[in-house]
Design a protein. Structure first.
Length: 453
C-alpha cells in the first residue's frame, strides 16, 4: 500500500459521464479548495492515472466500463488510492460489494450529495493525516532505536552484542541482560523491543530496586479499590500496562523472595489477578530482565529461586565493561562531546591526543555513565575548542584498585597491564618491555595472538 501523502493542493479526479453533474461536483470541490480534473469515461481516466490523484470520485455507470471494473484497475495500478463511488443505483448489495473491494464509501446521488461528499473527503484527509503522522513517528522511532544509533561502538564485543540482539528481535524469547552498572542494559532492552514485532505496543520499564517491598506487588500486578488501606481506586499494574508489548524488569535480583513465587506463577500461567480482585486477566507480555548481580551466587545463598531463574533466562546477553571495549571509549567520548555541545549551543570541541591516551588507560568503574559525566564536564572546563587531559576529571590514582576490583587470572591481569603501558607509550614495545621487565618477544607474541586488542 502506498504511503498516504498530504498536500495543500489535494488532487481529486472526478469520473462522471453526466456532463452537468460533473460540473456541479467540480465547482463544489474547487470551492472547497481542491485541485480537480473531470473525466467522462473510464478510458480517459485510466490514461491519466499516472498523475496520482489523492482521491477519486467514481460514477458506477460509465459509457465504456462499469465502476466496478474501474475500481479493480485502480486497485491494481495504485493500491491504497481513496475511491468514493457516487451513483444513482440504490442496490445495497452493490454498495457492500464495492466497499469490500476497496471503495472507501458509496454515496447515492441526491439533493444532499455534495454536502455528504465534502464530509467524507474531510474524514479521509483527517484519517490520512493521522496515518502519515503515525508513519513519521514510527520511522523516527525506528531510526532512533537502530542498534548502531542506540549503542555506539564497533568493537568485537559490541558487534557480538548486536548479533545477539538481532537474534532476540526475530523471536519472542525472554531475554536476560547482565552487566555492571552503567553499561547500557536498558538501551539494549529498548533496542530489542523497538525493532521487534511488538514495537507498536508499550515498552514498560520497572526498576525493582527503586520500589519499596511493600509496594512492589501492587506496582507489578495492580490492585482493586479497597484492597488495602489507602487503595482509594483501582490501579492498573505494570504487567497490564505492558500487555501486548514488553515489560523490562531492571535489577530483578532485588525482588523479594516471597514475590518471586507470584512472579513465576504469572509467567507460567500468562494471567494475573489484581490484589483484592477476582477477575483473571490474560497476558501477552514479553519479559526482558536485567541485573548487575550474579544470580548463580544468589541462588546458592537461597535469595533467588532457581525455577524463576530458568524461566527468565531465555537468551542471555552479557554486556562488557567499558574498559574492555578498546577504542569504543574514544568513539563514545566524541559522541558525548558532540551531543553536549549541540544541546548547549557550544562550538564543536576536539579531544587532544593526550586526553585520548588518558581515557584509554583509565579503568572507568562507572562505565559509560561515568564517561558521559566526565566528557560533559570536560566541555565546560575547556576554555577553547580542544579538550586536554587536564580537563578530564578522573581519579587516575584509583586505577590499580579498580583493576584489582575485578577477579581475573594472572594471565588476564598481565594482558591488562601490558595493554595499559602500550597505550601510554604509543605502542613502543621496546620501551614497555624495559619498563615492565618482560621480554619483547612475549609482547610481540601476545600482539600476534591478538591478546592485547
Amino acid at each position: 500500500m502506498a504511503k498516504p501523502k498530504l498536500s495543500s493542493q489535494y488532487k481529486i479526479f472526478v469520473v462522471e459521464d453526466n456532463t452537468l453533474y460533473a460540473q456541479i461536483l467540480k465547482k463544489q470541490l474547487l470551492d472547497d479548495g481542491y485541485l480537480v480534473k473531470v473525466f467522462h469515461n473510464g478510458r480517459d481516466f485510466m490514461a491519466n492515472l499516472d498523475e496520482k490523484p489523492d482521491l477519486v470520485t467514481l460514477d458506477y455507470t460509465l459509457p465504456d466500463m462499469t465502476g466496478y471494473d474501474v475500481l479493480k484497475k485502480i486497485q491494481k495500478r495504485m493500491p491504497g488510492t481513496n475511491v468514493i463511488i457516487i451513483s444513482a443505483q440504490e442496490n445495497i448489495n452493490t454498495a457492500i460489494d464495492l466497499m469490500k473491494n476497496g471503495a472507501y464509501d458509496y454515496i447515492m446521488k441526491a439533493a444532499d450529495t455534495r454536502e455528504k461528499l465534502s464530509n467524507v473527503i474531510k474524514n479521509i484527509r483527517e484519517r490520512d493525516q493521522l496515518r502519515t503522522e503515525n508513519i513519521i513517528l514510527k520511522d523516527a522511532v525506528k531510526e532512533k532505536y537502530n542498534f548502531r544509533n542506540l549503542i555506539k561502538g564497533n568493537s568485537r564485543e559490541i558487534e557480538h552484542i548486536f548479533e545477539l540482539m538481532d537474534k532476540a528481535v526475530q523471536t519472542q524469547i525472554s531475554v536476560s541482560i547482565s552487566g555492571a552498572t552503567g553499561t547500557g542494559k536498558e538501551l539494549v532492552a529498548k533496542g530489542i523491543h523497538y525493532n521487534s514485532k511488538r514495537s507498536n505496543k508499550p515498552f514498560v520499564a520497572v526498576n525493582v530496586s527503586a520500589i519499596p517491598d511493600g509496594l512492589i506487588e501492587s506496582e507489578l500486578f495492580g490492585h482493586e479499590k479497597g484492597a488495602f488501606t489507602g487503595a482509594d481506586s483501582r490501579k492498573i499494574g505494570k504487567f497490564e500496562q505492558a500487555n501486548g508489548g514488553t515489560l523490562f524488569l531492571d535489577e530483578i535480583a532485588d525482588l523479594e523472595i516471597g514475590l518471586q513465587a507470584k512472579l513465576l506463577r504469572v509467567l507460567q500461567e500468562r494471567e494475573l489477578i489484581r490484589l483484592g480482585g477476582s477477575e483473571t486477566i490474560p497476558l501477552d507480555v514479553r519479559i526482558i530482565t536485567a541485573t548487575h548481580k550474579n544470580l548463580g551466587t544468589l541462588i546458592a545463598e537461597g535469595k533467588f529461586r532457581k525455577d524463576l531463574y530458568y524461566r527468565l533466562l531465555g537468551l542471555p546477553i552479557e554486556l562488557p565493561p567499558l574498559r574492555d571495549r578498546g577504542n569504543d571509549i574514544i568513539l563514545l567520548a566524541k559522541h558525548f562531546v558532540d551531543e553536549f555541545c549541540r544541546e548547549n549551543d557550544m562550538e564543536r570541541k576536539e579531544i587532544s591526543d593526550e586526553a585520548k591516551k588518558l581515557l584509554l588507560t583509565y579503568h572507568f568503574p562507572g562505565n559509560i555513565r561515568e564517561l558521559k559525566a566526565v566528557m560533559e564536564l570536560s566541555c565546560v572546563l575547556s576554555n577553547r575548542n580542544v579538550i586536554k587531559a587536564s580537563h578530564l576529571n578522573m581519579n587516575v590514582d584509583n586505577n590499580v584498585q579498580n583493576l584489582l576490583a575485578t577477579e581475573k587470572t594472572i594471565e588476564e591481569y598481565t594482558q591488562e597491564i601490558i595493554k595499559h603501558f602500550l597505550i601510554k607509550y604509543n605502542q613502543n614495545v621496546r620501551l614497555v618491555a624495559n619498563k615492565l621487565g618482560v621480554g619483547k618477544s612475549t609482547i610481540y607474541r601476545m600482539l600476534q595472538k591478538k591478546e592485547l586488542e
